[in-house]
Design a protein around this ligand. Sequence first.
Ligand SMILES: NC(=O)c1ccc[n+]([C@@H]2O[C@H](COP(=O)([O-])OP(=O)(O)OC[C@H]3O[C@@H](n4cnc5c(N)ncnc54)[C@H](OP(=O)(O)O)[C@@H]3O)[C@@H](O)[C@H]2O)c1
Length: 513
Amino acid sequence: MPTKDQSGARSGRKMPDPFALVVFGASGDLTSRKLVPAVFRLFCDGLLPDGTSIVGYARSNKTDRNFRDELRKSTRATLTCKGQPVDDKTWAKFASRIHYHRGSYDSPDDFTLLKRRLEALTAENGAPLNCLYYLATPPEMFGPIVLQLGRAGVAATGAGDGTWPRIVIEKPFGRDLPSARELNRRVQLVFDESQIFRIDHYLGKETVQNIMVLRFANSIFEHLWSHDYVDHVQITVAESLGVGSRGGYYDRAGALRDMVQSHMMHLLCLVAMDPPVALTPDAVRNEKVKVLAALRRIPPECAAGGVVRAQYAAGRIDDAEVRAYRRTPGVSETSGTETFVAFKADVDNWRWAGVPFYLRTGKCLPRRCTEISVHFKDVPQVLFNRPPAGPLPPNVLAIRVQPDEGISLEFQVKAPGPAMNISPLKMDFGYQESFGSPPPDAYERLLLDAAIGDATLFARCDEVEAAWRFVSPVIEGFSQDNCDKILEYPAGTWGPAEADDLIRADGHQWHLR
Ligand SMILES: NC(=O)c1ccc[n+]([C@@H]2O[C@H](COP(=O)([O-])OP(=O)(O)OC[C@H]3O[C@@H](n4cnc5c(N)ncnc54)[C@H](OP(=O)(O)O)[C@@H]3O)[C@@H](O)[C@H]2O)c1
């Protein structure tokens, strides 16, 4: 088993300058369940310098004390589930850095008061005024908050004292190409692109980062990574949960906006991109943008024929009854929003010409699992790949992004015995077994990167727009379509039969089933 230092898991990290993490929408779910537990873990690991503080900003009426109490409970609940108990003394030290500031998202006066509070806080801590603004509100508020930050004059650089303001913007970044462009324009009026961190927590997952290491730190894979040897690639993002209490939000989004435009496009880019010339933010993101630019568009008139789009009906998952999507609070009874999509994408470049990428995502599927599988070409029909031993299953390299993070390689071996019997075998690497602990939460890595100023794992403006350029025409195609036509699948199944037909038509089947 590698030691912590050999694995580099926590070693060699640059420490950020002391900073104030200012979270807008701090009374919400993301702050309590993800952000604060992640910052607490960084604190426990000694990765937050003295003078760093957290300022929660929201409209709800709270005192510093209420806020700290609520966060203690939610952090404890989150981390205990992961086997990371919260020690009272450590929490007390951490909690003294947490503050709450009540204000609205469109009031210049409230932002002026916030600015004064931040100045007072940093003076009190003896720290410079570095601010990491984190937009954790519903997306409608992103524009108004940025406007007020600009008016309050907190975003300007060049104060000459080396301090920095940066902004982290949650997903979804826009609803379609025009709205994403408009949001980019509004944010860039106030912040320079180098100060903007568009977050998608998938990119902070260890297994997602490991795609680049697997491909570019090993000589055996990269030579095989093209149409010469790869038959096809599958990307599945399966969730076993339904929309839960987020029905109102989800019904206006759907799987294409919520999953495909962000998480799945990032995964596709990391699998398909050419090796960057350096591990710098722009070198990596340039390669990702090239993949998005090479994606063959699915025009609106072809959306219904090329994309399987469905909604879950009532069913059962793990012996529990699940009500139909349209019976969920916040969801319209006549909703045409998709909770499942499957489609084939083509990357029209020299590396990938002729290699289909099958993408599939859905809610209320039998289990939660995100996997990328690279299916290599069949061996020729000589020697073993013909009766009686053949046909042989192809080699498959499967990257499990979550849960049970790891990588497996499926290949053929001779089964022991006098006959030439061939049997498929799996070589498996699991994070937990190899490194002794589950990988850290994605938000830990991403918050630290933003505080350090490393934007490699954040989306650049052109990247977000390029992903929308692919997804928007599909959404447009379906909005022209009659909503009654949406397919259904029982909760607890792998989606409608049409998703299986899509891949079967090319002679394949889904790897996860
Ligand atoms: N929750 C997650 O796991 C998750 C994961 C990935 C991305 N995100 C993204 O992160 C952001 C925050 O997510 P969240 O789940 O924390 O959101 P949330 O709980 O719905 O909202 C966060 C806070 O925003 C404030 N707010 C401002 N305008 C609002 C409005 N019109 N309606 C409702 N609340 C409003 C509310 O605080 P006050 O009323 O006190 O001002 C609320 O507590 C969203 O953009 C979401 O898409 C969330």
